[in-house]
Design a protein around this ligand. Structure first.
Ligand code: GLN
Length: 488
């Protein structure tokens, strides 16, 4: 039977003729069909994936140069444009919308031989932490189907968790890759802001959004990052910094093979004291992370606690700024240009907008548009929006100071393990607080990863979040790989 462990092993099996891309696609189609109850996919491109696999198999037979992602089967979150394919952001307002161009990041994957197998369910417009805000029903956590997978990229996390794709691509505005990765026991990477082009990613909060990666291994995440990253004329916020060969940079790092502090192997680790004393933090997560930090010290790392009095401002600042940006970004869905339009009788243009948007947007999206419009409105702008921008600047300054002394910051990824379906959705603010550890990286634009290192006594997995200075993905991945290696 086909078994996927890593892209490297899969490629070795292809070269040795032990498998083919077609066999791999068939295996995943089978998995997707038998685990349909998880609701991870909104659509599967079965025929197309098989056709693409046949083309790739034929090319390999003829000895053509193979791409870095030859035959790698990838699912994409339904907020990423893929020409000729439906794109709904899990919202009724984009029902029946077909993408008219392909996102740069997705095109780069295809150019290296990846097979896009389908689009993943998610929270509507990437707003949520449990995948319960999808217009197409919640996604279920494959470890325990009474539990949420996290959100908003819940379908993408479950896809890698339950072997429904080799790799999946999500988006992370405040934790939407790392939080579901934590809940599902997989690797979830959010690169630096501006590392990957956002062209073709449906905007939620443009100054926070970043495309991210779910994988089983750090090597796979590094390889996929290296393919997707880099300059793009269609996104003026993307960095022009050269893209390191991430997969090579962290190559061959077997257990303890690199001296700590040498060759991109970070040594100085900080953690924010307040994160471990947060009242919402599960006691067992706290103990396990604390003892992990002790072990790191024993191994020769310098691990130090630093004060972070701004912790309680993170979630409010994030929600003021992201809802403001969202209210502007989502104004384009008006029933005129594309997507759903009301069939009710209408009195005037305003009435058309109102009815269309009331019918098309779910409750959470409406809440955020209202909140965003409020914080931007005359009279409140300075009290909320300007204030939140000032806090954001303070956070950036603090971050620069921290990274002048340390290589990495670590924390839990989420305060709890995956909660039950329906358990948290009675209170928006309770749900928002689950984002306490993840929103920081988006507020200041640094890269962050959740690595699946722990299992709770309740049987659910949880991760360690690691953050580095902007564009130090090499250090981040290098350290993460070392931790994953030590776990085995
Ligand atoms: N849970 C956060 C929110 O609801 C993060 C969402 C995201 O990263 N897209 O805003």
């Amino acid at each position: 039977m086909f078994r996927f462990t890593s892209i490297k092993d899969y490629h070795a099996a292809l070269v040795a003729d032990h498998t083919t891309c077609t066999q791999a696609v068939k295996y995943y189609l089978d998995q997707i069909a038998t685990q349909e109850n998880l609701n991870a996919y909104l659509e599967v491109f079965a025929e197309e994936a098989l056709d693409q696999a046949a083309i790739l198999d034929a090319a390999a037979k003829q000895g053509k140069r193979l791409g870095k992602l030859h035959g790698v089967i990838i699912g994409i979150k339904d907020v990423l444009s893929y020409k000729g394919h439906k794109l709904s952001a899990a919202s009724k307002i984009l029902e029946n919308y077909t993408a008219i161009y392909t996102a740069t990041a997705i095109q780069k994957l295809i150019d290296e031989g990846a097979i896009i197998i389908g689009r993943h369910n998610c929270d509507e417009f990437a707003m949520g932490s449990s995948n319960e805000n999808s217009a197409y029903g919640p996604v279920k956590n494959a470890f325990d189907i009474s539990k949420v997978p996290g959100g908003s990229s819940g379908g993408s996390a479950v896809s890698v968790q339950a072997n429904l794709s080799m790799i999946s691509i999500g988006s992370d505005t405040g934790g939407s890759v790392r939080q579901p990765a934590d809940f599902c026991g997989v690797v979830g990477l959010k690169p630096s802001y501006g590392r990957i082009s956002r062209y073709g990613l449906i905007a939620y909060a443009s100054s926070f959004d970043q495309i991210g990666i779910f994988s089983k291994t750090i090597d796979d995440a590094a390889l996929v990052l290296e393919v997707m990253a880099g300059e793009d004329n269609f996104d003026s916020t993307v960095s022009t910094k050269a893209v390191p060969a991430y997969s090579k940079e962290i190559e061959g790092e077997e257990i303890g093979s690199k001296e700590i502090g040498k060759e991109n192997n970070p040594k100085r680790i900080a953690y924010f004291k307040e994160t471990l004393f947060h009242p919402g933090l599960d006691a067992e997560i706290k103990t396990k992370i604390e003892s992990y930090l002790k072990d790191l010290t024993a191994k020769g790392y310098i691990v130090e606690a630093i004060d972070f009095s701004l912790l309680s401002y993170l979630v409010p600042t994030y929600y003021v700024l992201t809802t403001a940006e969202a209210s502007s970004n989502l104004s384009r869905f008006d029933g005129i240009k594309f997507g759903h339009r009301t069939k009710e009788s209408i009195a005037d243009l305003n009435d058309l907008y109102k009815k269309t948007r009331t019918e098309g947007f779910g409750e959470e999206v409406q809440r955020r548009i209202l909140l965003g419009s409020f914080v931007l409105s005359a009279g409140y702008f300075d009290a909320y929006f300007t204030k939140a921008q000032q806090v954001r600047q303070k956070l950036v300054d603090l971050t620069n100071t921290v990274f002048s002394k340390y290589d990495l910051i670590v924390s839990p990824t989420v305060p709890t393990t995956a909660f039950g379906l329906g358990e948290n959705n009675h209170s928006a603010t309770e749900m928002f607080l689950a984002d306490i550890y993840t929103v920081y990286a988006n507020l200041v634009g640094i890269p962050a990863i959740s690595i699946p290192l722990f299992t709770h006594s309740n049987g659910m997995p949880f991760g360690l979040q690691v953050m580095s200075a902007s564009f130090n993905e090499v250090g981040l991945l290098s350290f993460s790989k070392e931790q994953m290696n030590n776990k085995v």
